[in-house]
Design a protein around this ligand. Structure first.
Ligand code: C2E
Ligand code: CA
Ligand code: CA
Ligand code: CA
Length: 278
């Protein structure tokens, strides 16, 4: 925030300082939000492509900021990643999602939940133990929890990531590769890891019916998933035509605004009830 002049005197740089201060404030506020439980989750349903039966929900973090209103995860997740907060945040989200899953289970709805896991978590050997504690605390079968991870987390430190991921699959949780096909893919890790699910990024999915290139990518990725025995999940499905095309391509699961937007926790059961009755 300060520039050194030849004299050695620090010269004030207002613009840099402002940015620095705003950033520091955001980091501090996010830390407090995690500590005080000011983050909350919404849940976006997923359905089997063939039958439309709901097969789970993805937990998505939200931050209700006292003055700035609702802050999007695309804004605060990177801040968490860069400032050592992604591990407490991920633990918080898993804890909250499992508590909710238990509430649904007690009400007679078995709803598998997926949670997004920040890359840094895969570089810490304590992470599987933390997840084991949370599952035990909520008294749920591990198979109800899917952890969505990104390829970049694996590729930045493959040896450590493979060890942590093995610890997680040993618990019985499911693993999903999120945003598959974006960034630098190195599909060779699929040989050595017990991954259960591949999530096709919505940047390929949403316009696959009007863009031949997107359609070709989706078909290739679904074929890849099938050959590795993985469940293929398409996100960003916004209309019936895309859903139909995905089912025809052999994609197993669909998610997107056409099925449902992310829902507040308290609306999920009534949404499930309405669908079951329909
Ligand atoms: P993601 O994991 O790829 O999640 C999908 C995003 O697409 C969500 O945005 C969801 O609301 C949005 N979406 C769902 N269906 C559609 C659709 O049909 N069309 C379009 N255009 N968008 C759709 P959201 O909730 O803003 O989350 C953005 C990203 O933030 C997530 O991308 C994920 O990477 C990250 N994120 C969210 N919650 C968490 C969390 O608890 N932990 C971590 N580490 N990351 C999170
Ligand atoms: Ca995700
Ligand atoms: Ca995704
Ligand atoms: Ca994404």
């Amino acid at each position: 925030a300060a520039k050194r002049e030849k004299s050695g005197v620090a010269v004030y740089d207002a613009r840099l300082h402002e940015r620095g201060a705003a950033h520091l404030t955001a980091v501090t506020e996010l830390r407090h939000a995690i500590d005080r439980g000011e983050l909350f989750l919404q849940y976006q349903p997923k359905a089997l492509a063939n039958t439309g039966a709901v097969c789970g929900v993805e937990a998505l973090a939200r931050w209700q900021h006292p003055t700035r209103g609702l802050v999007r995860p695309d804004e605060f997740i990177p801040i968490a990643e860069e400032n050592g907060l992604i591990e407490p945040l991920t633990r918080y989200v898993i804890d909250a999602a499992l508590r909710q899953c238990r509430t649904w289970s007690d009400a007679g709805w078995e709803v598998p939940v997926s949670v997004n896991v920040g890359a840094a978590c895969l570089h810490h050997t304590e992470f599987p133990g933390d997840v084991a504690d949370l599952i035990k605390r909520h008294g749920l079968p591990a198979r109800l929890l899917t952890l969505e991870i990104t390829e970049s987390a694996i590729i930045s430190d493959p040896e450590r990531a493979v060890e942590v991921l093995r610890g997680l699959t040993d618990l019985g949780v499911r693993l999903s590769i999120d945003d598959f096909g974006t960034g630098y893919s190195s599909i060779s890790y699929l040989r050595s890891m017990r991954v259960h699910e591949m999530k096709l990024d919505r940047s390929f999915v949403t316009h696959m019916c009007t863009d031949a290139g997107d359609s070709a990518i989706v078909h290739a990725l679904v074929a890849l998933a099938r050959n590795f025995g993985l469940q293929a999940v398409a996100e960003g499905v916004e209309d019936q035509d895309t859903w139909t095309a995905l089912a025809e391509a052999g994609c197993d699961v669909v998610q997107g605004y056409f099925l449902s937007e992310p829902l507040p926790a308290e609306e999920v059961v009534s949404w499930l009830g309405d669908r079951a009755a329909a």
